[in-house]
Design a protein around this ligand. Structure first.
Ligand code: PLP
Length: 231
């Protein structure tokens, strides 16, 4: 019951935020971050209508994907070089690419599999030292380098906002939106048309993220924590 009611609350808040921002709710994909729950909770979420799931450990992603292969499984965790082959083979999208050496390896694996790897570039907009990601300056160079790798499709940018202050979170999200606009304005390349998404917003700040243009929110506790919206 609680996943169902949480999901209804999330959907309603997404709709309200879209209404406020003058956006179409269909532009926003809800990814259920299932990293802390088991496959039964995933199945329950799927019965409520959820189809996109996010995991931060590839072993766990593969395990759940094997149990539920029809669902969309996305990698949102830190990339380790020796796991790239598995990540590329199993994840529908990779949200957390920020090293060129990893991009090269992802490209090689995607080539072998004969299908493009769809990735977001992770940007550390807030500049917190605890966060990973490219600096806003370095993302241009990385974007150009990735465009020359034929088997990678950069579909957008991803960031994580500092916690506990939604005003600051909103400024960070606006920063990512503006960065995407700037990249689109400055980089002219035939493969740029794929580059359109913003993966931003988690349980505590997805409303702010949608107001600033998010197309993909990654919600864990807000969906899977029992009665998150009742406490
Ligand atoms: C865990 C995680 C989330 C979801 O966090 P919640 O606060 O539970 O919504 C989103 N994105 C990433 C990268 C995560 O690791």
């Amino acid at each position: 019951m609680s996943i169902a009611s949480n999901y209804q609350t999330v959907i309603q808040r997404v709709r309200d935020a879209c209404m406020q921002a003058g956006r179409d709710p269909h532009e926003v994909c809800i990814q259920a971050v299932s990293k802390t729950v088991d496959i039964d909770a995933v199945r329950e979420a799927h019965e409520c209508g959820m189809v996109h799931f996010g995991e931060n450990r590839i072993e766990e992603l593969i395990k759940k994907q094997t149990a539920e292969p029809e669902l969309s499984w996305n990698f949102i965790g830190n990339i380790q070089s020796r796991k790239i082959k598995d990540i590329v083979a199993h994840a529908a999208t990779i949200h957390s690419l920020y090293k060129y050496s990893h991009a090269v390896k992802i490209d090689e694996c995607a080539k072998e599999l004969k299908r493009p790897a769809r990735v977001f570039l992770e940007v550390n907009i807030s500049g917190e030292t605890s966060k990973s990601g490219l600096s806003s300056d370095d993302v241009f160079e990385m974007m150009r380098e990735c465009l020359s790798l034929e088997h990678i499709e950069v579909i957008g940018l991803m960031t994580m906002a500092p916690r506990y202050d939604n005003q600051i979170a909103r400024e960070v999200f606006r920063g990512l939106y503006e960065l995407k606009q700037e990249i689109q304005a400055r980089i002219d390349h035939s493969r740029m048309e794929k580059f359109s998404q913003l993966s931003m917003g988690m349980t505590e700040d997805y409303v702010e993220a949608i107001l600033e243009g998010s197309t993909c929110i990654r919600v864990g506790r807000g969906i899977f924590d029992e009665d998150y919206y009742c406490s």
